[in-house]
Design a protein around this ligand. Structure first.
Ligand code: FAD
Ligand code: 2HG
Ligand code: ZN
Length: 473
């Protein structure tokens, strides 16, 4: 089938106004948030329901035209950006944005893939519930994208990754069939877990059109504190102290180095670190409680007292109100935005077992600074999960694009070699997409990589869904 005939068929399925072919209309869908990847597409299509998605997949499969699913386009690995060939179509899920059901007895919510994460949080809160997934992009990322990347964020240490927050899925397969898996069950051992197969598959195995999400009781009180720690061993000892004493009340434990907060203050001076004396490490800790304000506040104070006595912490500020607590979180979330304003940078989204974290940072920092004097290591992350964003910016005054072009590969190699030596992962929460495709076989090992290829071939034998992302077949 020619491109024209396919475009006509797509227009017939969803209406001409939802099949974009003009360059200026397609362009917002062809570059990722970081402006790291740009591609081309025959068309961008915007269906409004699962039946339309299925009909589009059937039409494309018939014409052998690959499809790139896209949600909020905030992903960091180029998974939602088409390749440069111009042969693919981008399928945006943004019009599938209905909340289908809220089941308070079952504590679940059924939503379509194009629902913005923040709107899901707000809807849950209107009904007195918490949907705990929370990340800096929550105002624009969509739940389909969160599921497809198995996004992490800042609440993982208490509630888990997106995978842990999902009970059921509706998925359009590579053959254009709809799998109706929207059961809100907490137990279901009827063979292979298809839901978990699609979650984290980055649009390469199926197109998620809806999901059943878990809801939790809204906490009645939250206290947030910023503390200064001298080094990583003290920061981990502090985490362990909070885990022991606060247990499930600990809902956030985010680490930021001085270098990352300096960059944040450079671009957002109103978000300078309120802790005095530029501590080497600043940790944002949040406790949430279902009992009372006083209960959790007193607990927080007692734990901080112990931490000060034991020398784990040299300074601490407890947010006195919600505005100050939000300001602490804003400072944390603005590191990514400050990096974007500073220019192109190299991201490493890694996890290391906490026992090896100090050694990893000492060794990697030393090698990096020795090889690249003046380099800026923008290191922050979800320390409670062992997840670092070990990002690299060139020395001040050096052109970032030229630097990245010359040094991207050796810098990735340097970091990933240390990740391997310390038993870590090269992608903690952002996924693989195009960015980490080439290193995946070595990282996962031949057996795991071949199993991934077999799965891809079995579910998508014609390589229609997001080809050449995650795994090459
Ligand atoms: P997209 O970027 O549109 O797509 C991501 C991948 O999923 C692509 O491979 C795409 O093909 C696929 N996909 C999208 N929708 C579907 C669907 N319905 N069915 C099948 N495949 C689909 N990530 C974290 O994990 N933790 C963080 O803390 C975090 N913070 C961030 C902060 C900022 C400021 C930004 C810009 C990004 C952040 N991210 C974070 C990365 C990003 O927001 C997440 O990966 C998010 O889950 C992507 O959602 P999206 O809707 O934008 O997906
Ligand atoms: C975060 O934790 C995100 O804020 C973004 O995962 C990390 O900018 C980054 O590298
Ligand atoms: Zn993160």
């Amino acid at each position: 089938m020619t491109t024209e005939l396919l475009i006509d068929e797509l227009k017939h399925i969803i209406g001409s106004e939802f099949v974009l072919t003009a360059e200026e209309d397609k362009s917002p869908f062809l570059t990722d948030w970081r402006k790291r990847f740009t591609g081309k597409a025959r068309a961008v299509v915007l269906p409004s329901n699962a039946d339309q998605v299925a009909a589009i997949v059937k039409a494309c499969a018939k014409s052998n035209v690959p499809i790139v699913p896209q949600g909020g386009n905030t992903g960091f690995c180029g998974g939602a950006t088409p390749h440069g060939s111009g042969t693919e179509i981008v399928l945006s899920l943004k019009r599938l944005s209905r909340v289908r059901d809220i089941d308070t007895a079952n504590q679940t919510m059924t939503v379509e893939a194009g629902c913005i994460l923040q709107s899901i949080q707000e809807k849950a809160a209107e009904h007195g519930y918490l949907f705990p997934l929370s990340l800096g992009a929550e105002g624009s990322c969509m739940i389909g994208g969160n599921l497809a990347t198995n996004a992490g964020g800042t609440n993982v240490l208490r509630y888990g990754n997106t995978r842990d927050l999902c009970l059921g899925l509706e998925v359009v397969t590579a053959q254009g069939e709809i799998w109706h898996g929207l059961k809100g069950l907490r137990k279901d051992n009827t063979g292979y877990d298809l839901r978990d197969l699609f979650i984290g598959s980055e649009g390469t195995l199926g197109i998620i059109t809806a999901a059943v999400l878990k809801l939790y009781p809204l906490p009645v009180a939250q206290w947030t504190t910023l503390v200064a720690t001298p080094d990583i061993p003290s920061t981990i000892a502090l985490l362990n102290l909070f885990q022991q004493r606060a247990a499930s009340l600990l809902t956030g434990f985010e680490m930021m180095t001085q270098e990352s907060l300096d960059l944040c203050a450079k671009h957002f001076p109103q978000m300078a670190n309120p802790l005095q004396g530029k501590p080497p490490f600043t940790v944002l800790i949040e406790l949430s409680d279902h009992e009372s304000e006083d209960h959790v506040r007193q607990l927080l104070e007692r734990i901080l007292e112990t931490a000060l006595e034991e020398g784990l912490v040299s300074d601490a500020i407890i947010a006195s109100n919600l505005t100050q607590a939000n300001a602490f979180w804003q400072m944390r979330e603005h590191i990514t935005l400050a990096q974007a304003q500073e220019g192109a940078n190299l991201k490493h989204d890694i996890t290391i077992p906490l026992s090896g974290l100090d050694s990893f940072m000492q060794k990697t920092d030393a090698l990096m600074r020795q090889r690249y004097p003046g380099i800026r290591i923008i290191n922050f992350g979800h320390l409670g999960d062992g997840n670092l964003h070990y990002n690299i910016a060139p020395p001040e005054g050096v052109d970032p694009l030229a630097f990245n072009q010359a040094e991207e590969v050796p810098i990735h190699e340097l970091v990933y070699e240390q990740v391997e030596l310390h038993g870590g992962s090269i992608s903690a929460e952002h996924g693989v997409g195009q960015l980490k495709l080439s290193g995946l076989r070595a990282h996962r090992g031949a057996v795991a990589h071949d199993l991934m290829k077999s799965l891809k071939r079995a579910l998508d034998p014609n390589n229609i869904l997001n080809p050449n992302k995650v795994v090459l077949i």
